[in-house]
Design a protein around this ligand. Structure first.
Ligand code: MF3
Ligand code: CO
Length: 252
């Protein structure tokens, strides 16, 4: 069942999403050579609590930390710990904040100092694939129109789309219907209706699309060991242009 949010619920969503986006920005500022990933996790955790929110991911299906930090060939769900970020890494940060009964969910990949030209392009294309997708995030289209636009754009650069993990509805629950894949033929899936809130989140690999999960039970890595990037926002379907909810001062 797809939840269509009322105006009252959307005000609560906006607040959760604002804190989520501010958390992503804070994490992004801390993605620096020499930083332990657990320091970023702790800082974002403390920030959310200070804002009156709680981290959506902490204890979600047993997830042990407050945010996900995935480096280089790690696609998603990297667990913060003692690992140090180093020059040349690309670092994906995924955050969710829960407040007033609603979740926000967003992610981005950050470069650490000088990175390879191919990694730079991967980050840029992954981000832009989200914006190509949301051109279809409006009434008159269906979910897979978004999916198809993301895939077509990413693959036109020779990159590949992760299949096993997908975007999703988000609201009172972190994961709601519908699923929002980053691949597929256009014209399928639910019709988009004003009041739907979707976490649209392309996960794009430099090499092949195959992934595997490490023995920690969480960290998803590319099978070929090549880098991966992630970009996500919580998006509201309106009567016209989609509204990106996970912004701070219009930035995302
Ligand atoms: N942002 C992730 C998603 O959209 C959620 C992370 S799952 C967790 O699916 F378990 F790590 F919290
Ligand atoms: Co998500």
């Amino acid at each position: 069942m797809i939840q269509v949010k009322s105006e009252r619920e959307l005000e609560l969503m906006r607040k959760a999403c604002r804190i989520t986006a501010a958390s992503r920005a804070l994490a992004g500022e801390m993605v620096l050579a020499g930083m332990h990933t657990q320091e970023i996790d702790r800082a974002v955790h403390d920030f959310m609590i200070k804002q009156g929110a709680t981290p959506s991911f902490l204890n979600y299906n047993g997830y042990p930390k407050s945010i996900c930090i995935s480096i280089n060939e790690e696609v998603i769900h990297g667990i913060p710990g003692k690992r140090r970020i180093k020059e040349g890494d690309i670092v994906s940060v995924d955050v969710g904040a829960y407040i007033g009964g609603f979740h926000g969910d967003c992610a981005a990949t950050f470069a650490v100092g000088e990175i390879s030209e191919s990694a730079r392009k991967l980050i840029e294309v992954t981000r832009q694939s989200f914006f190509e997708g949301i051109k279809y995030a409006r009434p008159g289209y269906r979910v897979s129109d978004i999916s198809h636009a993301i895939q077509a754009y990413a693959e036109s650069f020779g990159f590949s789309v992760v299949r096993e993990y997908v975007g999703h509805g988000v609201g009172a629950k972190l994961h709601e219907d519908p699923e929002v894949p980053n691949f597929g033929e256009p014209g399928h899936g639910p019709r988009l209706i004003p009041g739907m809130t979707l976490a649209i989140e392309p996960m794009i690999n430099l090499g092949k699309s195959r992934i595997r999960v490490l023995s920690d039970g969480w960290t998803v890595v590319t099978a070929d060991g090549l880098p991966s990037a992630h970009y996500e926002n919580t998006v509201l379907i309106t009567n016209g242009e989609p509204e990106i909810l996970t912004t701070v001062d219009g930035e995302c």
